[in-house]
Unconditional design. Structure first.
Length: 360
């Protein structure tokens, strides 16, 4: 097999909308594989309900979607050489990953499970036997970071690294250095796991020192109302913009207008938002959780702080904003680091994985 040319790949995962790390990676992988002349059949795990009235009946819609999903898997795997499965924790594993693995087994097609969940340790502690049972029926487990290799290894499940891909043509480095502004950016969904409230509390302290500072939060989720209320309580709502979930081009443009990116999450694996920020030449302040320290080296490619510590996050952001030399050094080092996540490098590793499982 020469690269991906002529390879028939079934790709299973969520796709935008809504935009999100895993959905964006699924869509991007499909585009990149097709650009390499692979034949890609995409099975979305988050399609709209058809017919639309099904969505009004909660219990019924889950069964209806599962049936529709299994049928789509059966059609997609006809004639495939390999099934590439984007997998996550919790119910996502049981409802989407496990059925895909079983359908591929019935078809006699090797499955490459591409696990991307940030809460892997907690999920495996609850469901290790279920995951082990599924992985015995899969050809290979690939994960985006050494962090997840270690997590799965604790449960006797071997994994290897195939990193996420960042599109440097889209997420281009900003042309200017640090100016007089202080534009902070959070690019995480509005969910409890990502602790946007701590980012708001940190921003209050930044604004007290830099009155012209402003914060943009790009993401959607169930905590929007709570976070808007908190911004008003902190009396920073006039400087905070909730812009919702943006498509990738709008997101790339937003990065280039930011001075510092904040990542306040409580658990994480290999967040695309960090890679995109580094590709855009924007220094990072992130919590020291999960797989983040594997890609952000404290003091070299970004600054790391304890989770839930608004004081530490504010101090780190202020340090970067006040020291143009540090800002430039972090931006340069982050941009150099992200070159490891470009398609030419990742594609070589992925092709090796495919070659290793086809025909087994």
């Amino acid at each position: 097999m020469r690269g991906f040319v002529g390879l028939r790949i079934g790709l299973v995962g969520p796709i935008p909308p809504p935009s999100g790390g895993m959905a964006n990676q699924t869509r991007q992988l499909a585009e990149l594989l097709r650009s390499e002349q692979a034949q890609v059949t995409l099975v979305a795990t988050n399609p709209d309900y058809r017919p639309a009235w099904v969505s009004r009946y909660r219990g019924f819609r889950a069964g209806f979607r599962l049936l529709d999903y299994v049928l789509a898997l059966w059609r997609a795997t006809a004639g495939c050489d390999v099934l590439h499965l984007m997998a996550n924790s919790g119910w996502s594993w049981h409802l989407f990953a496990a059925p895909a693995i079983l359908v591929a087994q019935l078809r006699g097609i090797p499955v490459v499970v591409n696990y991307r969940g940030g809460g892997a340790a907690e999920f495996l502690a609850r469901s290790a036997r279920t995951v082990q049972w599924s992985m015995c029926r899969s050809a290979r487990l690939v994960v985006p970071s050494e962090f997840l290799v270690e997590v799965f290894g604790r449960f006797g499940i071997p994994a290897e690294v195939v990193p996420n891909v960042v599109d440097l043509a889209r997420f281009r480095r900003r042309e200017s250095g640090l100016g007089d502004g202080a534009h902070l950016l959070v690019a995480r969904n509005l969910e409890a796991l990502y602790d946007n409230a701590t980012a708001l509390r940190a921003f209050k302290q930044v604004r007290a020192e830099m009155p012209n500072a402003r914060l943009t939060i790009a993401g959607s989720g169930p905590e929007l109302q709570m976070l808007e209320d908190l911004a008003r309580q902190l009396k920073i709502d006039d400087a905070v913009s909730f812009v919702g979930a943006l498509d990738r081009d709008a997101m790339a443009s937003l990065y280039r207008r930011a001075d510092v990116t904040l990542n306040p999450s409580l658990a994480d694996n290999l967040p695309n938002s960090l890679l995109e920020s580094m590709a855009s030449g924007v220094p990072l302040v992130s919590t020291r959780v999960g797989g983040v320290p594997y890609i952000v080296r404290d003091g070299q490619t970004g600054l790391l702080v304890p989770a839930g510590d608004a004081n530490a996050m504010a101090a780190a952001a202020l340090r970067i904003l006040r020291e143009p030399g540090l800002w430039l050094r972090l931006a340069d080092a982050g941009f150099d680091e992200v070159q490891r996540y470009t398609w030419p490098r990742v594609s070589t590793r992925l092709a090796q994985v495919y070659r290793g499982v086809i025909g087994r």
